[in-house]
Design a protein around this ligand. Structure first.
Ligand SMILES: Cc1cc2nc3c(=O)[nH]c(=O)nc-3n(C[C@H](O)[C@H](O)[C@H](O)COP(=O)(O)OP(=O)(O)OC[C@H]3O[C@@H](n4cnc5c(N)ncnc54)[C@H](O)[C@@H]3O)c2cc1C
Length: 443
C-alpha cells in the first residue's frame, strides 16, 4: 500500500494538505494520508466561500475587518501576507478548474458575511469547499509523484533531537513506521472532541495531542470559535451549519417572542454570546433564524444545499423559522508556526487549521480560513522545495519495533481518549472560563 520512505509525508487531505502537496515539486515522492475517505474533510463542508482582495482600494478595509474580528490579537505580518496573496491563490485555483459563481455580466458574484464591510467573498453556490477541494483532489490524483492512502491514521511522529524523521501510522489495524525528510501536518481542527460541532467526527486534533506530548510549541489552543448558527437537533452527531452568508443575505435571528435581539452581522463571537444569553432568557435550546423574506426560487438558487438539508429535517426555509443553536466550529490556535508553516521541530511543518500563524487572532473573520490554508500551505511547500535537495533520510536511533509494539498494544479508542484528555487539559490550563462554558461536559 505504501513504501517505507518518502521525501515528503502530508498528513491530511483537506484543502491545506492538498495545496501543499500540489506545490511541492513533482520530482519528489509524496505520501498523503487521511484517517477516513478522501471526501471527508472539513474543507469539503465549507459553504460560505473564500475571501479575495477586491483591489488596492479594498486593502485597508479587508485588513481592518480581519483585525477587528480577531480582536487585534492577529499577527499583522501574517494578515498582510494572506490578503496580498489572495488574488494569485484564486488564479491558481481557477487554473485547477475551480468554478466560482459569476453575475450575468460575467464578473465574479461576491457575497458578504458577518463582520465584512463589503462583498468580497467568492463562492460556488453554497458548496464552495466541495468545489475547491474536489478539484484539488482531482489534480492530486493525476500527479504521478503523489500516493494517497485512505483510512490511514498518524498515531505519532518520529522525532529525535528536535528533528523530524517520519511518522507512525495505523492502517487497517496494523502499525508501521514510515520515514520522511519532511512532514507536513494538515489534520484540521478539534471539532471531533466536542459533543456539538460542525466538524467531521474524525477530525479530533490528533496533531495537537502528539505535539503536546513531544513538547512542540503550541499557541492559543483555547481560541476556539463557536459558530452562532447550526441547525438545532436533538440527535447525536455532526451539527449542520447554517452559513453566515444566509445572514449576509438578510436572514434575521428571532427569540421565542419572534423579536429580533441582535445585529446579525456582528462578529461571530458577539452573535454567539447574544444567542446564548437569549436561549437562557427563553429557557430554550435554540433561537430562530428566518429567511422567509427571500423568494423561494432565490433561496433554492443561492442556498441549494442548506435548503435541501433543512427540508430533510422538516423545515422549509422559504416558509418556516428554523431552530438554530451555537456549536464548536473552528480553532484559531494550534501548532505555532512562522509565516512559512515551520514549527519548532526541524523539518516539521503545520498548515491549515492545524497551524497557528496568528492570521485569525482571537477570532476568525468568516471565509478567511480556506484562503489562509491555501496561502500558507503554498508557502510551506516553497521551503520544502528549497531545503529538501540538501536533505538525506535521517537515521532513526530508536528501535522502530518499540513504536510498533507501543501502538499495537493500544486500541484506537484508547488512543483517542488519551488524545482528547491531553487536549482538553491543555484548554483548561489556558482558559478555565472557556473550558467551563463549552468543554466541561466533554470529558
Ligand atoms: C461546516 C463548515 C463550514 C465551513 N465554511 C467555511 C467557509 O465558507 N469558508 C472558509 O474559509 N472556511 C470554512 N470553514 C472552515 C474550513 O473549511 C476549514 O477550516 C479548512 O477547510 C480546514 O482545512 P484543513 O485542510 O486544514 O483541514 P480539513 O479540511 O479538516 O482536513 C483535515 C484532514 O486531516 C485528516 N486527518 C485528521 N487527523 C488525522 C490523522 N491522525 N491521521 C491522518 N489523517 C488525519 C482528515 O481525515 C482530513 O483529511 C468551514 C468549516 C466547516 C466545518
Amino acid at each position: 500500500m505504501f513504501d517505507k520512505e518518502y521525501d515528503v509525508i502530508v498528513v491530511g487531505t483537506g484543502a491545506a494538505g492538498l495545496f501543499a502537496a500540489l506545490n511541492v515539486k513533482s520530482d519528489y515522492k509524496i505520501l498523503m494520508i487521511t484517517k477516513d475517505i478522501l471526501e471527508n474533510s472539513d474543507s469539503y463542508l465549507a459553504q460560505g466561500g473564500i475571501c479575495m482582495l477586491l483591489g488596492d482600494e479594498d486593502y485597508d478595509s479587508y485588513f481592518e475587518d480581519t483585525m477587528r474580528a480577531g480582536r487585534y490579537e492577529n499577527n499583522k505580518e501574517s494578515v498582510e501576507i494572506m490578503i496580498k496573496s489572495s488574488q494569485d491563490i484564486i488564479k491558481e485555483l481557477i487554473s485547477y478548474n475551480v468554478d466560482f459563481d459569476k453575475n450575468e455580466d460575467g464578473h465574479f458574484s461576491f457575497t458578504r458575511e458577518g463582520a465584512h464591510s463589503t462583498f468580497r467573498i467568492l463562492h460556488h453556490k453554497d458548496v464552495t469547499g466541495k468545489e475547491i477541494t474536489g478539484k484539488l483532489l482531482e489534480e492530486a490524483k493525476r500527479r504521478g509523484n503523489i500516493t494517497i492512502s485512505e483510512y490511514t491514521t498518524m498515531v505519532d511522529i518520529l522525532e529525535e533531537d528536535n528533528t523530524i524523521k517520519g511518522i507512525v501510522v495505523n492502517a487497517n489495524g496494523h502499525t508501521s513506521c514510515i520515514k520522511a525528510k519532511k512532514v507536513i501536518l494538515a489534520t484540521g481542527g478539534i471539532g471531533g472532541i466536542f459533543e456539538h460541532s460542525t466538524n467531521f467526527r474524525h477530525i479530533t486534533g490528533d496533531s495537537f495531542a502528539i505535539a503536546i506530548r513531544h513538547g512542540i510549541e503550541m499557541e492559543n489552543i483555547n481560541y476556539i470559535q463557536i459558530h452562532p448558527t447550526t441547525l438545532y437537533s436533538a440527535k447525536p452527531g455532526r451539527r449542520f451549519l447554517i452559513s453566515e452568508s444566509v445572514r449576509g443575505e438578510g436572514a434575521v435571528l428571532l427569540n421565542a417572542k419572534e423579536e429580533r435581539f441582535v445585529d446579525e452581522l456582528l462578529p461571530r463571537d458577539v452573535v454567539t454570546a447574544a444567542i446564548k444569553k437569549q436561549m437562557e432568557e427563553d429557557n430554550s435550546d435554540y433561537v430562530y433564524l428566518s429567511l422567509i423574506h427571500m423568494p423561494k426560487e432565490e433561496i433554492i438558487y443561492r442556498f441549494p444545499n442548506i435548503y435541501e438539508h433543512c427540508l430533510m429535517e422538516g423545515y422549509d426555509l422559504s416558509k418556516d423559522y428554523i431552530p438554530v443553536t451555537p456549536a464548536q466550529h473552528y480553532l484559531m490556535g494550534g501548532i505555532k508556526t512562522d509565516t512559512y508553516g515551520r514549527t519548532s521541530v526541524k523539518g516539521l511543518f503545520a498548515v491549515g487549521e492545524t497551524a497557528c500563524n496568528g492570521v485569525h487572532g482571537a477570532n476568525r473573520l468568516a471565509s478567511n480560513s480556506l484562503l489562509e490554508s491555501l496561502v500558507y500551505a503554498k508557502r510551506a511547500a516553497v521551503i520544502v522545495n528549497n531545503e529538501i535537495k540538501d536533505c538525506d533520510f535521517a537515521i532513526l536511533q530508536a528501535d522502530e519495533k518499540e513504536y510498533i509494539e507501543e501502538y499495537s498494544a493500544m486500541s484506537m479508542d484508547e488512543w483517542f481518549k488519551l488524545n482528547k484528555k491531553t487536549i482538553l487539559d491543555e484548554i483548561k490550563r489556558k482558559d478555565r472560563e472557556f473550558y467551563d462554558k463549552w468543554c466541561n461536559n466533554e470529558n
